[in-house]
Design a protein around this ligand. Structure first.
Ligand code: NAP
Ligand code: FE
Length: 369
């Protein structure tokens, strides 16, 4: 059995963990550059906690709160300029995947000059400042991944910067920040996490360790499906399970990468405005069905972790959770397929996915417009 496992992120999970570790904050430098979205971090208490922790250590900080969902190339260059101007020693990303990914790229651009055309090249110097991540959604796992995803208008999709240099230094996981998250964002982000673990098990890079993490993540997230379908408030216990499942999913894709579902989902986000997790969820059942034909043992292990009999059961669950399908014309589907086939991660699977497969999966995922 041959494998490599590299997970350099210090992960601290627990109630009030942000404010109860002064020794970590002081080890990072004297001034923090906080990268976050417009409003959620202010409402859910995460930004207050970070500022309180820094103040208690006598440290300075500056806040850059302009990160939008599916961040643009422009916003990360702007953030890096601001960070250079304020002379911070380290970056703190607070929020969902969008601010965390943006924080990683800001750290990269702060540390070295990279021309926009070379941003996704993978050629970077090893001189990044420390990065702290505080996830406030339970979905992307970005707090433990070596990836950052940006909207790429030139290619009309989303593109990934992938390098071990952007593994965060420390991640603080506290599910209390998610207690008042709306049902839509909760469901969409949980499906993103599920998708990471499921795709990870269908990646050509899956190892026995990534499989253990993926199976645990899939079964923990699947155990929350009933709560996600109910209308009531989710308990702290369920919020913690979703966060745990999502961080495990991040550890999975840090080793396996994502596969066809993510490459195809990006087009639904770019052209149809679907949230990232929703886009993946629309495609997930079709992908597992294909896996059942092409990699039956892998698909069986996934079904077992899900506690389901067949891929149709997963499709039904996704339909219940996502409510309506996205509408797309046949012409749009053909265009999405052309773009998805050019993505790096579509060739990352344990079995080949052809253009015809991609078109079929889009047709199943979308309603005819
Ligand atoms: P997001 O785009 O970060 O946030 C979605 C929305 O949720 C925003 O409106 C945000 O508000 C709000 N929000 C965040 N935390 C909240 C909370 N606790 N309560 C209420 N609302 C909250 O969504 P995401 O799904 O977490 O991240 C998606 C991005 O991550 C995509 O760009 C995707 O491609 C990327 N991704 C990255 C990786 C990786 O490995 N790096 C993996 C998968 C996906 P504000 O804007 O006000 O903050
Ligand atoms: Fe994702």
């Amino acid at each position: 059995m041959n494998f490599e496992f590299y997970m350099p992120v210090k992960v601290i999970q627990g109630s009030d963990c942000v404010t109860s570790h002064p020794e970590i904050w002081t080890s990072l430098g004297k001034k923090a550059f906080i990268v976050t979205g417009k409003s959620s971090a202010k409402k859910n208490g995460s930004q207050d906690d970070v500022e309180a922790a820094l103040k208690a250590c006598g440290m300075e900080f500056e806040v850059f709160d302009e990160i939008m969902s599916n961040p643009t190339i422009e916003v990360v260059y702007k953030g890096a300029e601001k960070m250079k101007a304020c002379g911070a020693d380290f970056v703190v990303g607070i929020g969902g995947g969008s601010p965390m990914d943006a924080a990683k790229v800001i750290a990269l651009l702060y540390s070295q000059e990279i021309r926009e055309e070379d941003l996704f090249s993978g050629n970077y110097k090893d001189c990044l400042p420390p990065m702290v991540m505080i996830p406030t959604t339970a979905g992307t796992g970005s707090e433990v991944t070596k990836a950052a995803i940006l909207t790429n208008d030139r290619l009309q999709t989303k593109s990934s910067i992938s390098t071990p240099l952007i593994f965060p230094t420390v991640s603080f996981l506290d599910a209390k920040y998610m207690m008042h998250m709306g049902r839509r964002t909760t469901v969409h982000t949980a499906i993103d996490a599920l998708s990471h673990s499921l795709e990870g098990m269908l990646s050509s890079k899956a190892t026995s360790i990534s499989d253990i993490l993926a199976k645990e993540s899939i079964s923990v997230i699947a155990s929350c499906f009933g709560d996600l379908l109910s209308e009531g408030e989710l308990s702290m216990d369920v919020r913690e399970k979703l966060l745990y499942g999502s961080t495990l999913g991040g550890m999975v894709i840090a080793h396996t990468g994502t596969t066809a579902v993510h490459s195809m989902g990006y087009e639904l986000t770019y052209f149809k405005g679907d949230d990232h997790g929703r886009a993946n969820g629309l495609l997930l059942g079709g992908f597992l069905k294909l896996a059942k034909e092409r990699a039956p043992e892998r698909a069986e292990a996934i079904l077992q972790a899900l506690g389901m009999k067949d891929p149709a059961e997963l499709s039904e669950m996704m339909e219940k959770l996502l409510k309506e399908k996205t509408k797309a014309t046949e012409e749009e589907i053909q265009k999405f397929a052309d773009i998805a086939m050019k993505a790096k991660n579509i060739r990352n699977g344990a079995f080949e996915v052809t253009r015809d497969d991609v078109v079929d999966m889009y047709r199943t995922a979308c309603e005819k417009d």
